[in-house]
Design a protein around this ligand. Sequence first.
Ligand code: NAP
Length: 248
Amino acid sequence: MGLLDNKVVLITGASRGIGKSIAETCVKQGAIVAFTYLSSEEKARALESELTANGGIAKGFRSDASKFDEAQSLVDQVVESFGTVDVLVNNAGITRDTLLMRMTEEQWDEVITTNLKSAFNLTKAVQKPMLKARMGSIINMSSVVGVKGNAGQSNYAASKAGLIGFTKSIAAELGSRNIRCNAIAPGFIETEMTEVLDQDVVASWRNSIPLKRGGQPEDVANATVFLASDLSAYITGQTLHVCGGMLM
Ligand code: NAP
């Protein structure tokens, strides 16, 4: 028996990195997985084959999380395919790092729209099936950077801090309908997003983390399964730090 048996889990941005690991872990726990991607068509198709290889149920959808109408149409398609949405994981995210002095309006808007507005788009769209079912779990992928800020990431930090405020507000609004909403704040997780960083900087980060290693996507996926499952039935409005003790 899995922790997510027959629950329909919708994950945005799962063609690679953390989202991919969340999809894999959810299927292992018995979930029916709908996942999205934007540009990595081949990786998404490969993931769909991997997830369904051993009898798992999963489907990939090309959908831009930053677009309001696409989110609505995505949720309609998922409900048509699988009947409902029990769990939403707002994972899609991007960085456009630079100092404020050099940051363009486009870099600010792109990050806020992809990381923050996407959560509004998708949460609004899943509200209807979740209200109908009188249950649901929404998980927003924030970051320790949203809690503490970071030079060179003002757009990203603002988007991730915004997600925490959004999470608490949705938890307050929908708690009486048995719909929970929590955030995860990963620290330094080794994915394509962090591969582009200067390796000397990365080594110094690893050394400063109490657990002395970067996180793996599975570390975040396991926390996601916990928040998605009934094991966390009395937890809402919280931000779970998955950062090896980087931020205490
Ligand atoms: P990643 O490897 O860069 O993967 C990002 C994923 O988001 C990809 O699947 C990408 O799809 C998708 N995506 C981007 N824009 C999208 C859009 N508009 N609509 C739909 N999907 C979109 O990133 P990651 O490291 O796994 O990070 C996942 C989440 O965790 C992000 O929200 C990130 O901010 C957060 N996080 C990461 C770290 C870390 O250290 N890695 C730390 C804290 C928080 P395509 O490939 O198809 O474009």
